[in-house]
Write a protein that binds this ligand. Structure first.
Ligand SMILES: Nc1ncnc2c1ncn2[C@@H]1O[C@H](COP(=O)(O)OP(=O)(O)O)[C@@H](O)[C@H]1O
Ligand SMILES: [Mg+2]
Length: 226
């Protein structure tokens, strides 16, 4: 198996007043292509921070992150932005959709930077069908239920076919029925080859992943034993 993300002695501190508060205290992690990994841990343990570092949305205090073998720590802001666009789809607990745009347009606005530079209407419609929104392409986010909004956010995260999906508490705002639909969607994307790292504090949600790591006291536990 090919490794897609690696973190080596990754550290992150935040400055509070005059104090430097360490959040991540040396994370070592290897994620292989095609894995569905969950990171669990209590609120405030640094799960979001870890996800932002792995997704090049923030810079570590020390240590390094490699994506597809490339050390991203020394990249410029511009190069990081390009890397995020090409390789990574983000799904957040709150959906970050464009409120003024229809479901279809929320996808189209991103897809025009797809590989061949053209918008593929059929692909967008297929993707919306896959997340159960084929009948709602003209609906705006506020006209959708929370579960539907999150499925739209997932469709939007994958419309450019990123190699990696990073999801921060993607079921945090959903009841369990809708959470299951979202988790099954991740599972089917994963079966189709997508690498997924999902942060959650819900063990039931984590059970959908093929590997579960726990973040406690700034360190990751429960790495693969084999
Ligand atoms: N931008 C920031 N500035 C200062 N402190 C932060 C910042 N982001 C997170 N923190 C702190 O870092 C700790 C971990 O936060 P976070 O990564 O959001 O944890 P989790 O996602 O597990 O709830 C918390 O104590 C939080 O207050
Ligand atoms: Mg968080």
């Amino acid at each position: 198996m090919k490794q897609i993300i690696e973190a080596v002695d990754l550290r992150k501190s935040y400055v509070k007043g005059r104090e430097e508060v360490p959040v991540l205290k040396g994370i070592n992690l290897t994620v292989e292509e095609g894995e569905f990994m969950a990171v669990v841990g209590p609120s405030g343990s640094g799960k979001s921070t870890l996800l932002y570092l792995l997704g090049a949305l923030a810079r570590p205090t020390a240590g390094k992150v490699t994506i597809e073998g490339k050390d991203i720590t020394s990249l410029s802001e511009r190069e990081l932005a390009q890397l995020r666009r090409q390789k990574i789809g983000f799904v957040f607990q709150r959906f970050n959709l464009f409120g003024a745009l229809s479901a279809y347009d929320n996808l189209e606005i991103l897809s025009d930077i797809s590989r061949d530079g053209t918008v593929n209407r059929e692909e967008i419609k297929e993707l919306l069908a896959k997340v159960g929104l084929r009948e709602k392409l003209k609906f705006k986010p506020r006209e959708l239920s929370m579960g539907e909004e999150q499925r739209l956010a997932i469709a939007r995260a994958v419309v450019r076919r990123p190699a990696i999906i990073l999801a921060d508490e993607p079921t945090g705002n959903l009841d369990w029925d809708n959470a299951q639909i979202v988790l099954e969607l991740f599972q089917s994307l994963n079966e189709a080859g997508q690498t997924i790292i999902m942060v959650t504090h819900n063990p039931q949600a984590a059970a959908y992943a093929s590997r579960v790591l726990r973040l406690t006291d700034g360190r990751l536990f429960g790495q693969k034993e084999d």
